[in-house]
Design a protein around this ligand. Sequence first.
Ligand SMILES: Nc1nc2c(ncn2[C@@H]2O[C@H](COP(=O)(O)OP(=O)(O)OP(=O)(O)O)[C@@H](O)[C@H]2O)c(=O)[nH]1
Ligand SMILES: [Mg+2]
Length: 294
Amino acid sequence: MKFGTMAILGRPNVGKSTLVNRLVRQKVAIVSDKPQTTRTRILGVAHFPQAQVALLDTPGLHRPRHRLNKRMVQAAWDTLYEADLVAVMVDGRLRPGPGDRFVLEQVADRWPSHQSLPLLLVNKIDLMAKPKVLPIIKAYSQMGTWSDIIPMSAKTGLNVDRLIEVILNRVGDHGEGYSNEFVTDQSMRNFAAEIIREKVLDRTRAELPYGVAVKVEEFIEQGNLARISAFIWVEKQGQKAIVIGKGGAGVKAIGTAARLEMEQVFEMKVFLELRVKVKEAWRDTDHLLAELGY
Ligand SMILES: Nc1nc2c(ncn2[C@@H]2O[C@H](COP(=O)(O)OP(=O)(O)OP(=O)(O)O)[C@@H](O)[C@H]2O)c(=O)[nH]1
Ligand SMILES: [Mg+2]
C-alpha cells in the first residue's frame, strides 16, 4: 500500500478546503465565501484502492495582524515539515499579483530542496472562459518551478481525476498509513464548533466573520443523543446584536442550520444550545486563544 502526506497551501479563499473535502469524499473542513475560514491545520485522509493520501488543509497565507493570524500562518508553514508532497493552490480568475508572488517565493524558499517539486493547482476554472486558462498557466509557469500545473475546479470536480492521477504517481511509501475507516483526527467536539462557525459565516458580512469564534462548553453523549452547549464569541457589543438578530432570529437560524448538519454528520439526534458572548480582543489574547484551541 502506498502512503504519502500532501499539504495544500495558498492564499485565503482559493478553495483548499473544498478540495480536501472532495478528495476525502466527506466534509472534514468548513468552507465559506469569506477569506480566512480555516484557522488550523486539518487532516483528511483520502483512501484509494492501492494508496492512502493524508491531506493537510491549511489556513490561507496572508499578512498577519493579530496573534490569531500569526498562529494561523505559522500552522500553514509548519505543514511543510510534515508533508512529503506540496500543492500550492491559486484562484485562476485572478492575475498573479504581489501577494501570489510572495507566497510562491516563500514556498520555494522553505520547501527543502531535496524534496520533490511542488504541484501548482489553478482552481476555479469552472468560472473562467476557456481562452483565459492557458495565459494564466503560462504566467504561473514563469513564476516558479512546478512538477505539474493542473487547471481544475474543486467545486465541480473538473479535472480532479487528473489531479488524483498525478498525486498517486507521486506518493511513495512514506510511513505507516491509517486504518480503513480513519478520515480525520478532528474530535466531534471540535467539528461541532466548526460547523457552528460555518453557519455564522454564512449569515454575516464584512468584518464580523474575522472576529467570530465558537467554543463548545459541553458535549454530552446520551445514547443516540448529543447535548451540545456552545458560545459564539464576538469582539464587540454591536456584533453581538448582529449575530443575535431581531428577536433572536439570527442565532436561531444559525442554531437550526448547525443542528441539522450535525445530526447528519454525527448520525445522532442533537440538542443544541447556543449563546452569544462578547470577548474583547480575543484574537490578541493568549489565554483566550488557548481556550479555543488555537
Ligand atoms: N466556482 C468555484 N468556487 C469554488 C471552487 N473552489 C472553491 N470555491 C468556493 O470558494 C470559496 C472558498 O472556498 P474554501 O474551500 O473555503 O477556500 P480556502 O482556500 O479553504 O479558504 P481559507 O480557509 O479561507 O484559506 C467557497 O465559497 C467555495 O465554494 C471552484 O473550483 N469553483
Ligand atoms: Mg479553508
